[in-house]
Design a protein around this ligand. Structure first.
Ligand code: SF4
Ligand code: SF4
Length: 305
């Protein structure tokens, strides 16, 4: 049982917890409204389904790509994977920090798929946690969360039995950006829709420049981006090949050899390797603090080192 021998000021505790996240490298952090999460998340994927006595869900986001990364061609970006590991490291440390400092049970929320439901169903929606914690809003690019200052981030969550005051979702959504609305008026598509290589994004923008509806063909995007399912196809093709030549081609042609390479080096690029919708997104790439150069320039302007 958790030790209740210490007095905890919930306001101070929240400040210390969010401060820990920022000190460790998170750009944004907040507390999601647990009641809302329990109401919105489907049965089996509510926070209490994983941690029965959970009282608070803390969400944090780390920065996305460097400015230089966006200049690379798509074939090089396919090796980038992502930086979500950094977010997970902070969340993992935060769970330890809360238990050590406040003696309340805490756990890093596993961002993984539900082993009972296959590769399209996560244990929890880290995205929903972040949205309700007010550190990102759903975009027309397949609901990728965007932040008006930090652009595109990677998120992680912590569950705790420590009760913390929840934050509110963001009041305004930076997507669509004014330039995206202008493009939509001219061609009926925003940049993310136009430049998606498999055309899996569509939607509409209202007269007052807000998202009216968004459609995302998850299967088409996944076929393009999530290569762990490609591995099974390659292996099945090799096993079912009629000749040794066909089997060898299936296993060793250049694009398939790349898969073995990525596996051998543990590249996150197996999980998501297409960044084209974000490469052309003005919020992801040009929000005021979207990358380390922009953040450093802003710090210099504020007179910080
Ligand atoms: S990740 Fe690639 S395939 Fe998926 S929506 Fe974005 S551009 Fe399209
Ligand atoms: S390019 Fe970015 S800001 Fe523009 S509509 Fe797409 S996701 Fe929204």
């Amino acid at each position: 049982m958790a030790n209740k021998k210490i007095d905890i000021d919930p306001g101070e505790a929240k400040e210390a917890i969010l401060g820990y996240c920022r000190k460790k490298g998170a750009l944004a952090a907040g507390v999601a409204d647990l009641e809302a999460l329990e109401r919105i998340a489907p049965a089996g994927h509510r926070p209490s389904d994983l941690m029965p006595r959970v009282k608070s869900v803390i969400s944090l986001g780390v920065g996305g790509q460097t400015q230089g990364a966006w200049t690379l061609p798509a074939k090089a970006m396919s090796f980038f994977g992502s930086t979500e590991g950094r977010a997970y490291t902070i969340a993992y440390g935060l769970a330890f920090m809360i238990e050590r400092q406040y003696l309340e049970r805490s756990v890093y929320c596993p961002p993984d798929i539900d082993p009972e439901l296959g590769s399209r169903v996560p244990l929890q929606s880290i995205k929903l946690h972040a949205e309700l914690a007010g550190i990102g809003a759903r975009s027309l690019a397949g609901d990728i969360l965007l932040h008006p200052e930090f652009g595109y981030m990677y998120f992680a969550s912590v569950f705790t039995e420590l009760e913390l005051e929840p934050d509110k979702p963001m009041e305004t959504n930076p997507c669509p950006a004014p330039s995206c609305t202008d493009m939509y008026k001219k061609i009926g598509q925003t940049p993310c829709m136009k430049f998606c290589p498999v055309q899996c994004l569509s939607g509409s923008i209202s007269e007052d420049g807000k998202q009216a509806d968004m459609k995302y063909d998850m299967a088409a995007c996944a076929e393009m981006t999530q290569q762990y399912e490609t591995l099974a196809t390659v292996l099945a093709g090799a096993m079912n090949a009629d000749t040794d030549e066909e089997r060898s081609a299936m296993l060793h042609r250049p694009e398939n050899k790349t898969l073995w390479y990525k596996m051998s080096v543990g590249s996150g690029g197996l999980l998501a390797q297409c960044f084209e919708c974000m490469r052309v997104c003005p919020i992801a790439t040009r929000a005021p603090l979207a990358d380390p150069i922009l953040r450093a320039e802003a710090a210099l302007e504020r007179g910080e080192d």
